[in-house]
Design a protein around this ligand. Structure first.
Ligand SMILES: [Zn+2]
Ligand SMILES: [Zn+2]
Length: 324
């Protein structure tokens, strides 16, 4: 953990923000005083954007590393955090099967294997997740022949086996000190679509996945310390309405949550910190996004950016990769 923090500090400009406390010396004292550490690996949308890679969240509880979705660049982000992050990322939870949340899995699966993943990859999700992994394995068969059958000292066929775990509304699994519970959210016709709640002792974080306002998400998120929620920002709504006919634009907007509705989720759950993800975080659009959210939520709020770290303990500390 210390190595990683050192590397992050060396590589990027750090901006500390302690929720409810701005005293710098207290920030220093609070290092490692947390139960859950969240890293936003990618906060972007399907449209390529070098500043924001695809949706993916890393949740750490002690030595346990859990991945939630694996969009564009997920394995790359892990490797940049340190080779052991890619090697140690063997539990992948999928919210749903939209490609912006899954296109990074090939890289995670195959290069995690060739770089010495410690365990077989465990993939948690719907039956469609198993189908996806089955075909991915077949798609790379020639690579397996090249590598496993010639260089089996380095990469064996067995090490590439994956384990699929079916997730359903209300199902929990425990990995190390973390209990992960899946719950149904509302992503229109995309069913199932899950959100996840991760509990570690008394601390918790919720990841919404893609959804419109969801009562079931609110029900499962009561008392969560942090909620990382998708948002359909005003700027994106305008772009969609300019690009597509009304019926198509209405359909796209109906898949997602508008800022005042995300604010309702934060207020109804009384979370300690609400975080936006799955957006274009171009600074020009942020004031309008915040203004609309403030009509329904007056608590702590962060606009997610790639490699933002959120440490959750008695205090919640947000470490931003850039100070804007
Ligand atoms: Zn989606
Ligand atoms: Zn998406």
């Amino acid at each position: 953990m210390i190595d990683r923090l050192t590397a992050v500090i060396a590589a990027i400009v750090i901006n500390f923000c302690l929720i409810g406390c701005s005293d710098a010396s207290k920030n220093e004292e609070s290092v490692a005083q947390y139960d859950i550490r969240v890293t936003l690996l990618g906060t972007g949308l399907p449209t390529p954007n070098p500043r924001q890679l695809g949706p993916s969240v890393l949740v750490e509880a002690g030595d346990t590393k859990l991945l939630f979705d694996c969009g564009r660049g997920c394995a790359h982000r892990l490797w940049n955090l340190g080779p052991n992050y890619l090697r140690g990322a063997s539990h992948l939870f999928l919210t749903h099967m939209h490609s912006d949340h899954t296109v990074g899995i090939a890289d995670l699966y195959m290069n995690g294997w060739t770089q010495g993943r410690a365990e077989n990859l465990h993939v948690y999700g719907s039956a469609a997740a198993d189908t996806f992994m089955h075909h991915l394995r077949l798609a790379f068969e020639q690579d397996v022949v090249f590598r496993a059958d010639r260089q089996h000292q380095i990469a064996t066929r067995e090490a590439l086996d994956y384990e699929w775990v079916l997730m359903e509304n209300g199902k929990s699994v425990t990995i190390g000190d973390a209990t992960v519970t899946s719950f149904d959210v509302d992503h229109a016709d995309i069913k199932p679509a899950f959100g996840y709640r991760i509990d570690v002792g008394e601390r918790s974080v919720v990841i919404s996945g893609d959804t419109t306002y969801s009562e079931n998400l609110v029900r499962h998120s009561i008392g969560a310390d942090v909620i990382i929620h998708e948002v359909f920002s005003p700027a994106i709504v305008r772009i969609v309405r300019e690009m597509f006919p009304k019926n198509v634009a209405d359909d796209i907007v109906s898949l997602h949550t508008l800022p005042p509705d995300v604010g309702r989720v934060f207020t109804e759950t009384q979370t300690r910190l609400g975080v936006f993800t799955h957006l274009n975080n171009d600074p020009a659009g942020i004031p309008e996004l915040i203004e609309q959210t403030r009509t329904t939520w007056d608590g702590a709020l962060e606009v997610g950016e790639d490699l933002m770290v959120i440490e959750i303990g008695e205090e919640i500390r947000v470490i931003k990769p850039s100070s804007d």
